[in-house]
Design a protein around this ligand. Structure first.
Ligand code: WQD
Length: 337
């Protein structure tokens, strides 16, 4: 049984990826510092798959802890690296926290991987690296725009660090650029657990619909889009998780063409904020109380993926729709009360 390490494996995308890795027959070791997740997620994973992953509570800024980890866990076939701070707004207020947590830890991890001969690496990146791309749909060759936030900059820098390291060593890496992950596992045993007031649209819609929030603010009704609200590519988190399995198998079977590959992971379809609200109301039969207010600083107008590279090279295709994502997110939200 091949051993895969998942950093940030108790987080939203990480936990769904752990489930799919176990479904695929991998042995999974989760590293998580529990700074933005809870240990109960381990139980949720086990309820779905019947297997409790190995778990190590490690802060990846602690280089000695990483060294000890690699002494304890040998024969690692690959690492999927989710662990990072990811709140765009917070990163503007606390840039050093983001550069330290997202970049120092990446460097320490890559260094110890090299020392221990671990060569397969998947990086959790984001469409945020593109900023407001000039053309839709966005291809992987779209240029990096100046990052809108320190968070976005850490994703751009992270990819450069990994690419340079792969070019200079035996590292084989894939960077997956997520568009907007939404939804939850159909079992409602795991899902998104935003801390405090949700920054992202879908959790805020869910908390408004269930009565935890008074009203959803729609940030901007005057964008140059068909209905004036901003457009994003909302990808079901289970489809996103499965993309990691496909990418890891590509590395393990040495089917990667170069030592550093990048893939956009989205549905290829854009949806406006108002379309999301309408789709949710249709699947849940629940009205959402919302008000259109001023634009949110730093937001882009439109982003949706050209997924042909992931389709053609990875052989990965999304199977679930926006409504599947919204229905599963709603089932998860209802399970939380
Ligand atoms: C989506 C749309 C908002 C909240 C960010 C990061 C990205 C990734 C996903 C980490 C936008 C609008 C939102 C609300 C709203 N994060 N909105 N009312 O900003 O596209 O992407 O989160 O990996 O890297 O950049 O996602 O869900 O915050 O916003 O109207 O209460 O919903 O303006 O148009 P975003 P989002």
């Amino acid at each position: 049984m091949k051993r895969i390490v998942v950093t940030g494996g108790l987080g939203f995308i990480g936990s769904h990826t752990v489930v799919e890795l176990q479904n695929e027959g991998f042995e999974v070791v989760v590293i998580d510092d529990l700074s933005n997740s809870s240990i109960e997620v381990l139980e949720g994973i086990a309820l779905i798959t019947g297997i409790t992953p190995f778990f190590e509570n490690i802060d990846l800024k602690d280089q000695n802890a990483i060294k000890s980890f690699f002494k304890k866990y040998t024969n690692i076939a690959g690492i999927i690296h989710f662990a990072a701070s990811k709140a765009v707004g917070e990163s503007v207020d606390k840039p050093l926290k983001y550069y330290h947590n997202n970049i120092s830890s990446l460097i320490y991890l890559l260094e110890e991987m090299a020392v221990n001969g671990v060569e397969n690496f998947i990086f959790s990146s984001s469409c945020t690296v593109y900023g407001q791309a000039d053309m839709m749909p966005i291809t992987e060759s779209a240029p990096f725009k100046t990052a809108e936030s320190p968070y976005g900059n850490t994703k751009q820098m992270g990819e450069s660090i990994i690419k340079d390291t792969a070019n200079a060593s035996n590292l084989n890496a894939v960077s997956l650029r997520y568009f907007n992950p939404i939804g939850a596992h159909e079992s409602a045993k795991i899902g998104e657990l935003p801390v405090g007031v949700p920054q992202n649209l879908i959790p805020y819609v869910m908390q408004t619909a269930i009565g935890l929030r008074e009203q959803l603010s729609v940030y901007g009704g005057d964008y140059p889009t068909f209905d004036g609200t901003a457009i994003r590519d909302y990808i079901h988190v289970v489809d996103l998780a499965k993309a990691h399995i496909v990418a890891m198998c590509r590395l393990l079977n040495e089917k990667n063409k170069t030592s550093f590959e990048v893939f956009n992971i989205g549905t290829g379809k854009g949806s406006s904020v108002l379309e999301v609200i309408q789709a949710f109301e249709e699947v849940s039969n629940q009205k959402v109380n919302y008000k259109i207010v001023d634009r949110r600083a730093g937001d882009i107008v439109e982003a949706y993926a050209d997924t042909s590279s992931a389709n053609n090279d990875l052989g990965w295709y999304p199977e679930l729709t926006l409504k599947d994502g919204l229905a599963s997110a709603w089932k998860w939200q209802q399970s939380l009360v």
